[in-house]
Write a protein that binds this ligand. Sequence first.
Ligand SMILES: [Zn+2]
Length: 324
Amino acid sequence: MGAKLVEIKKEKRGKKHVLLLAGSLLLAACFLLGATLLMIDISALLNDPLNQISATAVSAANGNTKSGETGKLGTKPDVQTSTPAVEPLEEAAPVLAINTLPSSSPSSSPSSSLSSASPTPAKSVSQPLKTAALTFDDGPDAKFTPKILEILKKHNVKATFFLVGTQIEKFPEIVKQINDEGHTIGNHSFSHANMNKLDNEQIKTEVDKNDELLKNILGETTSFIRAPYGAAPEYLKQKLQAEGRYLVAWTVDPRDWAGTSSEKIVQTVKDTIKPGGIILLHSFGGRHLDHTVEALPQIIEYLQQNDYSLVTIQQLQEIDEKKS
Ligand SMILES: [Zn+2]
């Protein structure tokens, strides 16, 4: 009996071994299966964050334009940020259309004779001011330009004069006066040519000759160019872009050169001015520019009464740069 018992025990042990073996095999199989599933999960987890990281790196590169790795993506914004000159070229008005002044607003704030107290400094600190730019094309001359300068001085307003080379040659003293009185001077070509009808070499001459004249009188030329008739061929845009200069358009055109009445000139300004607006007027070359001279004080008074700060194109551009 004793031996049988032992044998049975042995048998039982043997069966136990078999059971244990089978069990552990099953466990091992389960473990392997589980492990494989786990591995897949882990690799999936690993892949995901990896993807996310590289994705954020790309978008960060896109946003900041300073990633080295994502060169292709990084170059696009680079091109955009490094070409502030392009946008003013293509759409000067929208780019220069700014309706706020920084708190440290330049002396241009019209703390003029009109606003008796001086509400402008307080305003520029607490709330943004609306800006508008008066521009006068085709001068200088000895008749209308001095009258316009006188009105601007009386109202303590700075404006921008886009000068034509042939007129600069005739009236260098007026060019000096415009500059000395704190206005911005712009290049309006040498001979007021329609540049859409010129070849590249002729376009270059139109711009460069004006530059030379201004340099001779003022010691430097200007960053601002307005194409006669707004005709700006691709070559002109490329040339100005390469030189880091701005092509300036306009947003308000009262057609003062066409003999429009002063009432109509003022009305057009009232009807179409918006913050950041650029008003196109003339100081020479029109049919009845005495209408312009007559309208100018009314335009200034209307704009100031409606909280516009009158700025030069230079100031508009500086404000624009500070904002971006
Ligand atoms: Zn013109």
